[in-house]
Ligand binder design. Structure first.
Ligand code: B4P
Length: 316
């Protein structure tokens, strides 16, 4: 059965059985400097069991549960060699997939070639809609589960995520670690060499290629985050947190200094140009302060950047 059909069949059956919880949202666009960002409001997101990060739980007697080991078979779309593809139990976009390692690995570990191959294989097997791959890694990244999982979000009506605009507006050399003019915070991106991807063809080979590009981005990120902490004399506690976004044409990594702005928790999707809000007040706040200013408050400054001269953000 084609993956699209498998996803739909599993979604319908799990929804009927009460194993998948779908929450309706409203979406509006917010235009800033020529980019149309997506603001999604979910006023009553179903209460999820709070997963204290294994390393951070204050109640040492509480046994942390791992929803991916064992995983819920009703949410399983397909099995790959070292991964399972699950439906996101708490979905706001039907067909939101998780690509989860069969064996336990930490979410703070880098993605390896077999992870990338599994992500690429799954992304390119979804034909009904364009998709966006992402990985929230580290305590400030918006990740809530410590077991390694990449995610794939169908873009619904969009062809590309809003941040694509920053790649379109720049002439990048395929395969070269680059910074995108217009993004006012530390980040590294790379455009894929499409000829190479066509040549490599097999997901395993593409996975090797993508992991090389990703490692180059990570090296630049780690080097600059370390320099920042050294320069500011602030100890870096724990692993470097970052968000990774993967489309069919590019990849972007943004290291994270903060997880939240007030109540607004931001994961990788925020850096793709799509934000989820739990209240109209938070959504209105972002419209007031601006999308880029929100993202900038959660990230590291660009190396050698002039301090930004703008109104201080409102105290929360
Ligand atoms: P994490 O990397 O740990 O965290 P996350 O994506 O930020 O999700 P979180 O759980 O913090 O969700 P949030 O309230 O911010 O990913 C864990 C994933 O596993 C999540 O997708 C979670 O739902 C899922 N999960 C948990 N238990 C599970 C189980 N038993 N079986 C299967 N899956 C399980 O956001 C709520 C949802 O909205 C998330 O799915 C999030 O990805 C999505 N979302 C956030 N911003 C969005 C946006 N702008 N547009 C569309 N969707 C968005």
């Amino acid at each position: 059965m084609a993956l699209d059909d498998q996803i739909q069949k599993t979604h319908e059956a799990a929804l009927k059985k009460g194993e998948l919880i779908f929450t309706d949202t409203t979406v509006e666009t917010f235009s800033e400097d020529g980019v149309e960002y997506e603001l999604r409001l979910v006023p009553q997101l179903e209460k999820k069991p709070v997963q204290a990060s294994n390393e951070e739980s204050s109640d040492k007697s509480a046994k942390p549960t791992n929803p991916f080991l064992p995983y819920n078979p009703d949410l399983c779309v397909t099995e790959l060699e070292k991964h399972v593809v699950l439906l996101n139990k708490f979905c706001v976009v039907p067909g939101h997939l998780l690509v989860v390692t069969k064996e336990f690995e930490r979410q703070s570990l880098p993605i390896n070639p077999s992870d990338f191959a599994a992500l690429w294989k799954t992304m390119t097997s979804v034909h009904k809609q364009k998709t966006l791959g992402f990985y929230n890694s580290g305590p400030m990244s918006g990740a809530s589960q410590p077991h390694k999982h990449m995610q794939i979000l169908p873009l619904e009506k969009l062809e590309v995520p809003p941040m694509d605009q920053f790649f379109v507006n720049t002439k990048l050399v395929p395969g070269k670690t680059s910074q995108l003019p217009g993004l006012p915070f530390l980040h590294y991106g790379v455009l894929f060499d499409q000829e190479k991807i066509k040549e490599l063809k097999e997901p395993e080979a593409v996975g090797e290629y993508l992991v090389d590009l990703y490692s180059d981005l990570l090296d630049s990120v780690f080097e600059n985050v370390a320099k920042y902490h050294l320069g500011e004399g602030i100890r870096l506690e724990g692993p470097v947190s970052y968000n990774l976004l993967v489309t069919s044409t590019w990849m972007l990594i943004v290291p994270r200094k903060e997880e939240k702005f007030g109540q607004i928790s931001v994961n990788s999707l925020g850096f793709s140009g799509m934000l989820l809000f739990r209240s109209q007040e938070d959504l209105d706040l972002v419209k007031r302060i601006g999308y880029m200013r929100l993202l900038s408050s959660l990230t590291y400054p660009l190396p050698n950047a002039e301090p930004v001269k703008s109104e201080p953000l409102p105290a929360l």
